[in-house]
Design a protein around this ligand. Structure first.
Ligand SMILES: Cc1cc2nc3c(=O)[nH]c(=O)nc-3n(C[C@H](O)[C@H](O)[C@H](O)COP(=O)(O)OP(=O)(O)OC[C@H]3O[C@@H](n4cnc5c(N)ncnc54)[C@H](O)[C@@H]3O)c2cc1C
Length: 653
C-alpha cells in the first residue's frame, strides 16, 4: 500500500494558503473601494437633484412666473434674508470648489488640470500600493516577503482592467451614473492605466527575483503572453503622453485600439493561469460593447433615422480664414436627441486621407433640437412635430483634419466660382456625448466664450430662451449674460442668424445681455474670391469698433472705419444684431474679473452658473476671477451668493 507524503514543509503550505487568500481578497476590497466612491458620487448627484428640485419649487411658489426680468428685488431673496446656517454651508461649499476645481495647473500643450483631477489618480495609486504591500510578512517573520506580493500585484492589475476600460468608453456607464463627462473620466483613465503599469512592473520584478524556472520558465506560452501584454501596455503608456497625442492624435488612436486588443487577448491565458481570467473577460466585453454601440449610433444617424441607404449629407461653409460651419439636417427622432452643450464625433471622409470613413473628431453641437423661434406652447408642440432638426458645428481650422476640411470647402467653392456658398458632402455622426451642466436651478447664467467656444455657450442660451417660453416653471433663470470674444468683427456672422432669432424670441420674464469683444488682428487666408488661397494677409481690425452706448452709432462707425464690413453687414443678421439694444460690441479683451464681479453683485442672494468655453487662457482667467472671495468665495457666500463654474475644454486633456 502506498501513501502520498507531501514534500512541502508545513509552514510553506500555510504561507501559501494565506498568500492565496489575500491575493483573492485584496482585489475584491479595491473593487469595494471603487464601488463605494462611485456610490458616493451618485448620492451627491441625487442630493443635488433633490436640492435643486426643492429650490425651484420653493422659489416658484414665492414669486409668480410673470415677475418681470428687471425686477431683481422680486426675483431674488434680499441678502439679509439668507439664514446664517445657509451662509456657513455656502462658505464651505465655495471654499471646497475653489480648492478642488478652480486652482488649476498647467500640464503642457494647452491643457490644465484642477487639484481634484490631479489628486484623484494619486489617491487611486496610493490605494493600490497600500493593498499591494500590506500584510506581506510571512510566517517565518520575513517582512515584505516577495512571494506575498509577487502574484498579488498581477492579480490586482488584472482586477483593475475592467475599471480602466470602463473609464475610457464614450458610451460610459460611470459618466451616465455620476454625471462626470467622459472627457474628464479620460484623465482618470490615463492615470489608472499608468497605475496598472506600476503594478505590472512590480509583478515582473518580483517574478524575476523568484526566477523564471520550472513551471515559470520563459519558454511557457502563458508567461510569454504576460510579457507581451506588459510590453504592449508600456508602449501604450509611452505613446499616450501628452506631447505625442497633441502631435499625432490619429496615429495614437489607431495604435491604441490595436494594442488594447493585444493586451486583453494576451492577458486571457496569462491571468487565466492563476484563475484570474474572470477579471479580463468583462474588460474585453465592455470594450467590444462600446465599439458596438458607437457603430450602431453611426449607422442609425447616418442611414436609419432618415430611412435611406444614402448617407447623411452635411453642408460645409467657409466662415473665415480659419473657421467653417458644418450643418447636418436630420429627421426628428426620439432616438436622436441631444442636450445643449453636448458634442458628436464627426467624420467627413472627403477631408481624410484616401477618403477613408474612420477619422472621427469631436465637435460641439451649436444648435438645439427644437427651434428657438417659437413663441407659444402650441408652437412648441408644432415645433416638436416638425420633421427636421439641424446640427450645426462651428469649427476652427487647425493643422490636421480641420485644416483639410477648410481647404476642401474653400478650394471647391473657389473652383465652382460660388464664393462662400455651402458644399454638400457625405458625413457620419457618432454621438451625442458629454455631460453639460444643468442650468435649471440657477437664477443667473453667465456664458463666456472665445472664438469657436461659442458652439458650447450658444445652445445653452438658446435652450434657456426656448424653455423660458415653453416651460417657465421648469427653470429659475431670469438673467443671461452672454460674452463672446472674437478676433474679427466679421466673426459675428458665424452665429448671427441663430443669435438674432434667439434674441427676438426672448420673453419679458428673461433678461439677456450680449457683450461681444473684438480682440484684434487675424492672420490668415484672404476671404475674397479674387485672392489665392495660399496668399495670407493681415486684416487689422484694431480699433475697428469702440464701445458705444448707442447701437446705431456703432453701425455708423463700422461703416466709416471699414466699408467692407459695413457693406457685408448691411441688411443682414449681423447688422440687425448691431442695432439690437441688448447687444454691445467693444474692442479689446474681455475683462472677465470685472464682468464677473459685476454679475456676482447682481446675483446677491441667489445662484449663478458660469460656463466658459474657448482658449485655455480664457478659462484660466475665469477660474482665477472665481477664486476671489468677493466674487465667488466666502465673501460672496456671506451675501448668500452661490456661484458654480463649468469649464468646457476643447483641448486634448
Ligand atoms: C468635447 C470636445 C468638443 C469640441 N468641440 C469643438 C468645436 O465645437 N469646435 C472646434 O473648432 N473644435 C472643437 N473641439 C476641438 C476639436 O475636436 C479639435 O480641434 C480637432 O479634433 C482637431 O483636429 P485636427 O486633426 O485638425 O487637429 P491637429 O491640428 O492635428 O491637432 C490640434 C489639436 O487637436 C487635438 N486633436 C486632434 N484630433 C483629435 C480628436 N480626434 N479628438 C480630440 N482632439 C483631437 C490634437 O491632439 C491637438 O492638440 C472639441 C474637442 C472636444 C474634446
Amino acid at each position: 500500500m502506498s501513501t502520498n507524503v507531501s514534500t512541502t514543509p508545513p509552514s510553506s503550505a500555510a504561507d501559501g494558503a494565506i498568500r492565496n487568500g489575500r491575493e483573492a481578497l485584496y482585489p475584491q476590497e479595491v473593487w469595494w473601494m471603487i464601488s463605494c466612491t462611485i456610490a458616493l458620487l451618485i448620492s451627491l448627484r441625487a442630493i443635488s437633484w433633490l436640492w435643486n428640485y426643492r429650490k425651484i419649487h420653493s422659489i416658484r411658489q414665492a414669486s409668480p412666473t410673470t415677475t418681470p426680468a428687471n425686477d431683481v428685488e422680486l426675483q431674488t431673496k434680499p441678502p439679509n434674508n439668507v439664514n446664517p446656517l445657509m451662509k456657513a454651508g455656502l462658505s464651505v461649499l465655495s471654499l471646497t470648489r475653489i480648492l478642488a476645481f478652480r486652482f488649476s495647473y498647467s500640464i503642457g500643450y494647452g491643457s490644465r488640470i484642477s487639484l481634484a483631477e490631479a489628486l484623484t489618480p494619486a489617491a487611486y495609486l496610493a490605494a493600490l500600493l497600500t493593498w499591494e504591500l500590506i500584510n506581506t510578512r510571512d510566517l517565518s517573520g520575513v517582512e515584505f516577503s516577495t512571494k506575498y506580493w509577487a502574484n498579488r500585484a498581477g492579480a490586482m492589475a488584472a482586477s483593475q482592467l475592467t475599471f480602466v476600460v470602463a473609464l475610457a468608453g464614450k458610451n460610459n456607464i460611470i459618466s451616465f451614473l455620476t454625471g462626470i463627462s467622459y472627457e474628464k473620466l479620460h484623465i482618470i483613465h490615463r492615470a489608472a492605466a499608468r497605475s496598472l503599469l506600476v503594478l505590472i512592473f512590480i509583478h515582473l520584478s518580483a517574478r524575476k527575483k523568484l526566477g523564471f524556472v520550472g513551471d515559470d520558465s520563459l519558454t511557457i506560452g502563458w508567461i510569454r503572453c504576460g510579457i507581451a501584454a506588459g510590453s504592449a501596455l508600456t508602449t501604450l503608456v509611452i505613446l499616450g503622453n501628452r506631447y505625442i497625442r497633441s502631435k499625432m492624435y490619429e496615429g495614437f488612436l489607431i495604435i491604441h485600439h490595436f494594442f488594447v486588443l493585444i493586451i486583453l487577448c494576451c492577458l486571457i491565458p496569462h491571468a487565466g493561469s492563476g484563475g484570474y481570467a474572470k477579471f479580463v473577460w468583462p474588460a474585453l466585453l465592455l470594450w467590444g460593447l462600446d465599439r458596438l454601440l458607437r457603430l450602431s449610433r453611426i449607422i442609425y444617424s447616418t442611414y436609419l433615422q432618415h430611412r435611406t441607404s444614402i448617407p447623411t449629407k452635411a453642408s460645409i461653409e467657409v466662415l473665415s480664414s480659419d473657421a467653417l460651419r458644418v450643418t447636418v439636417t436630420l429627421r426628428r427622432s426620439k432616438l436622436l436627441h441631444w442636450r445643449p452643450g453636448q458634442s458628436v464625433h464627426l467624420c467627413v471622409p472627403v477631408a481624410s486621407p484616401f477618403w477613408h470613413p474612420f477619422e472621427f473628431h469631436p465637435f460641439t453641437i451649436a444648435t438645439i433640437p427644437t427651434d428657438v423661434s417659437i413663441a407659444s406652447k402650441s408652437d412648441v408642440e408644432k415645433a416638436m412635430h416638425d420633421d427636421n432638426m439641424q446640427m450645426k458645428f462651428i469649427i476652427r481650422a487647425r493643422d490636421g483634419f480641420t485644416a483639410r476640411l477648410h481647404h476642401y470647402a474653400w478650394d471647391s467653392a473657389v473652383n465652382a466660382g460660388r464664393g462662400r456658398d455651402p458644399r454638400f458632402v457625405k458625413a457620419y455622426l457618432d454621438g451625442p456625448y458629454g455631460a453639460p451642466p444643468s442650468v435649471d436651478a440657477f437664477q443667473n447664467l453667465v456664458c463666456i466664450a472665445g472664438g469657436s467656444g461659442v458652439s458650447f455657450t450658444l445652445p445653452l442660451l438658446m435652450d434657456v430662451v426656448r424653455r423660458n417660453i415653453s416651460n417657465p416653471q421648469g427653470l429659475l433663470c431670469r438673467r443671461v449674460l452672454f460674452v463672446w470674444s472674437i478676433r474679427d468683427i466679421e466673426d459675428l456672422d458665424w452665429i448671427a442668424s441663430d443669435l438674432r432669432k434667439t434674441l427676438s424670441s426672448v420673453s419679458s420674464s428673461l433678461e439677456v445681455e450680449v457683450c461681444v469683444f473684438v480682440t484684434g488682428t487675424r492672420r490668415g487666408i484672404a476671404m475674397n474670391s479674387t485672392t489665392s488661397v495660399k496668399e495670407t494677409v493681415e486684416i487689422d481690425t484694431k480699433n475697428l469698433l469702440t464701445l458705444e452706448k448707442n447701437a446705431a452709432d456703432r453701425v455708423e462707425e463700422a461703416q466709416t472705419s471699414d466699408s467692407e464690413h459695413a457693406t457685408k453687414f448691411s441688411g443682414g443678421d449681423a447688422d440687425a444684431l448691431l442695432r439690437d439694444r441688448t447687444v454691445s460690441v467693444s474692442s479689446g479683451r474681455a475683462q472677465v474679473t470685472e464682468i464677473l464681479a459685476e454679475e456676482s453683485r447682481r446675483s446677491e442672494g441667489s445662484s449663478m452658473l458660469v460656463c466658459v468655453s474657448g482658449p485655455t487662457s480664457l478659462a484660466t482667467s475665469v477660474r482665477s476671477a472665481l477664486c476671489k472671495s468677493s466674487i465667488a468665495g466666502v465673501g460672496a457666500a456671506m451675501r448668500g451668493t452661490n456661484v458654480s463654474l463649468h469649464v468646457e475644454g476643447f483641448a486634448v486633456a
